[in-house]
Design a protein around this ligand. Structure first.
Ligand SMILES: *Cc1c(COP(=O)(O)O)cnc(C)c1O
Length: 408
């Protein structure tokens, strides 16, 4: 028996069946036209943003990093709730445009931006988070050619990382951003070019559950920003402090203490160095905003026994849930929260592994969990599926194709 991760708050049951947004998942599956299906809860998205606003200082803007989940109905909900959107490709620019989001609220980070992506972003008035000097020169030249003033910020590769984060994005040699000591020279060039100077993005890591570590990183980020402002001797209009707020996926994970992060940041804002007195600040979050609001549903197609172990073979799999299968940046495979959705309140009776329909041993959604007995036709639920599920899994693998998605 292996433990399962904690089921996020906000899920209930109706007649013993898992319910989202006041409807049984069996009903949602019928409405959507079948499984595999991602269901996202609008209520939970709204609640999450409200909790965040409540905990964070008012001065802090909240941006949504759409790579966690670019489903257009979710972007439309967030366009009422957040202050900005962060994209990381020309394809994501097309998505935010299709969602009707004002390009002035969008910033574009990511290494390897092609000229046509820079052109599209500059034409639309999106802020570019420059990843290198060479990219800066291309952006400035494209702006001149288009007769359009580019809005330029610099992504700084900080000389520290976010402790305990699941994915380190700063500290040492990195393909992201410009090493801090080279930033002041580039700021001067950007300003001299006549571009609109927007400020810094300083992103140090992802998926941290330790509030002290997040707060320390934010303090170091503010210190670094102030130092760079002193060195380049120009005011800083905007500073994106990165994000890194994590969610509990695995057994024993404890939710981030949001109140503590908010208190510490408020204290930092109260004692800002003079260089940053007029700067606007934001954080950019992906998984924290959407991860727990989504559940992945798949139907049991076969129930098998092999050498005394039970396998629930479903019509879903790692092609939609790469991270839950343990194949997306995890070292040791651990179980995401999972349940038999159609027997949500029944007592666990047996050890079973939930697997997908792909012909590879990697395709395991839950390993030796303790579940009520499930049979062919039952629906299984994998939680924490709102971020990096549909958008970050190899849905073309084995000709399977994407899952259905719905917002309720
Ligand atoms: C991926 C990414 C994010 C979002 O990360 P989460 O862990 O989903 O919050 C934010 N900013 C940048 C620059 C990123 O690359």
């Amino acid at each position: 028996m292996k433990p399962l991760g904690p089921i996020p708050a906000g899920y209930g049951a109706i007649d013993g069946v898992l319910a989202v947004g006041g409807q049984k998942v069996a009903q949602l599956v019928d409405m959507a036209g079948g499984t595999p299906l991602f269901v996202y809860s609008e209520d939970m998205l709204r609640t999450r943003v409200a909790q965040l606003r409540n905990a964070m200082p008012e001065r802090l803007e909240i941006h949504y990093a759409i790579k966690a989940n670019p489903f257009i109905p979710i972007l439309k909900v967030f366009s009422e709730l957040v202050d900005g959107f962060d994209i990381a490709s020309g394809g994501e620019l097309d998505i935010v445009t299709a969602a009707g989001i004002d390009p002035a609220l969008v910033s574009f980070a990511g290494p390897g931006k092609r000229d046509r992506e820079l052109e599209a972003a500059i034409s639309a008035g999106v802020t570019l988070n420059l990843e290198s000097e060479a990219e800066a020169m291309r952006a400035i030249a494209i702006g001149e050619r288009l007769g359009k003033t580019p809005r330029l910020a610099i992504r700084v590769n900080p000389d520290f990382d976010l402790k305990g984060s699941g994915m380190k994005m700063g500290g040492g040699a990195k393909p992201f951003g410009l090493d801090a000591e080279r930033v002041p020279a580039l700021v001067r060039e950007v300003i001299a070019s006549g571009a609109e100077w927007r400020g810094f993005l300083i992103f140090a890591g992802s998926q941290a559950l330790d509030a002290e570590a997040v707060a320390d990183t934010q303090a170091q980020t503010l210190e670094l920003a102030a130092r760079l402002v002193r060195e380049c001797n120009s005011p800083l209009p905007h500073c994106n402090l990165g994000g890194g707020f994590g969610i509990p996926y695995f057994p024993g994970d404890v939710p981030l203490d949001l109140a503590l992060v908010g208190e510490k940041l408020a204290a930092q804002f109260d004692t800002l160095p003079a260089e940053l007195a007029d700067t606007d600040f934001c954080i950019e979050l992906g998984r924290y905003l959407v991860g727990e609001s989504g559940v992945y549903l798949a139907t049991v197609i076969d129930r098998k026994d092999s050498h005394g172990e039970v396998f629930l073979v479903t019509d879903g799999g790692m092609h939609h849930q790469l991270a839950a299968s343990g194949n997306f940046g995890t070292v040791v495979r651990r179980n995401y929260p999972a349940a038999i959705a159609t027997k949500f309140v029944a007592e666990p009776q047996e050890e079973a592994s939930i697997v997908g329909c792909l012909c590879t041993p990697l395709d395991r959604l839950s390993d030796k969990g303790h579940f009520p007995r499930a049979d062919v036709g039952d629906i299984v639920a994998i939680f924490c599926a709102g971020a990096y599920g549909a958008s970050a899994s190899p849905s073309a693998f084995l000709g399977q194709g994407p899952a259905l998605e719905m917002l309720v």
